[in-house]
Design a protein around this ligand. Sequence first.
Ligand code: PFF
Length: 445
Amino acid sequence: MSDIKIWKGNSTFILAAAGSAVGLGNIWKFPYMVGSNGGSAFVIVYLICILVIGLPVMASEILIGKYGRKSPINSLKKLSKDLNLNKNWYFLGVLGAIAGLLILSYYSVFAGMAFSYIFKIFPSGLENPSNYSSNYFGSLSSSPVILIFWHSIFLFFTCLIVGFGVVKGIGRSVNILMPFLFIFLLAVSAYSAYVGDLKSTLNFLFFPNFSALTPEVILSAMGQAFFSLSIGMGAIMAYGAYMPEKQVIGKTVLTIIFLDTFVAIAAGIAIFPIVFSNEYLEISAGPGLIFETLPVAFYSLPFGELFSIIFFILISIAALSSSISLLEPFTAWIEERKIIKRKIIVLLLGLSTWILGLGSIFSFNIWSEITFLGLNFLELLDYLTNNIMLPLGGFLVAILVGWLISEDFLQKNIKMNHLQFSVFKFFLKYVSAGSIVLIFFYSVL
Ligand code: PFF
């Protein structure tokens, strides 16, 4: 019997891939980056990057996974063997599997923090909720023990789902988690738009104001597009292996990208109206925006506590459906060697990631002064993964699929009409590959 696993129906693949894409990147990072990078200019450049880099690279990753029907490393091995390419292309998969664990180690720390806010109820009758909130965030980030506790809980759930496998664990859980996520997000956005300042938000997000456009804004918008779409490290490639044979890649990628962008914008509409309507809150508060600023804003509004809890449940669900995709590529690769059982593999990888996560936790407190090249452990890891590993992974995918694979093979596997195919190939070959080189050199040099 073949041991190839395929998800039933088209929707599971879409939910799983959208689940991977939609995460802290959309609900935590996107709003604070828009807030600190001048609003609409960032949004417009981000949307362009999603279309010209994100779409072709994501389609290529799915194509490789679907063709190989294995972990990214072994799918790349199969592809290069069948097409007589250099056999070292599988290193691209190794790079991605390692990047996944590195990202997961700090992703879980932030996700754990968001998770802890579900249980944090503000005492009533506070004179100064703003002070209380920043004190709370301060005490959370200065306590390694509390951070380790929430990091462990979040990682435990991630490992539990991945341990159950692709069909029972990942497939089933995204079918339950994702509809909740969309319902909660719509509820919080509608609530914020109703009680907050929607007009200023829409102006800020969409009224073109290119005076804020600088090379740094363009670069950070591109980096955010990579991270948000989960491309460049094989997460989407790993899921491509479980895509039903008949599912059409082009249409599916458009749906995933639409959902990811929709959630990022909806998260902006959930957060900014409240920030704009409160004179004490700063739109450019940075990474602390949802942890320090938002709870204060919710505190002073009708049913604010309920919506605050819903909001942090929403972030935790989104983070969980992303974190499982960070662990899957490495897990699938070792599982294919058929030496150790999946559950044991997940346990060992989870343990290694947990230990690595301690470094990020200590960067908030006891190791905050220890730096290398001016960056602490967490910043170093973030820099290494987002600025080096993901762009490099995306660039190599664009070179492999755009330049090295024959047109006949591509056309047969991607199943697009002539016009769609020409546009896809042109963008992948020149625009995506070219702009990734630009990001890479700008951010490294
Ligand atoms: N796309 C996720 C987010 O926006 O939070 C993060 C992520 C998941 C990045 C999986 C990379 C990845 F492979």
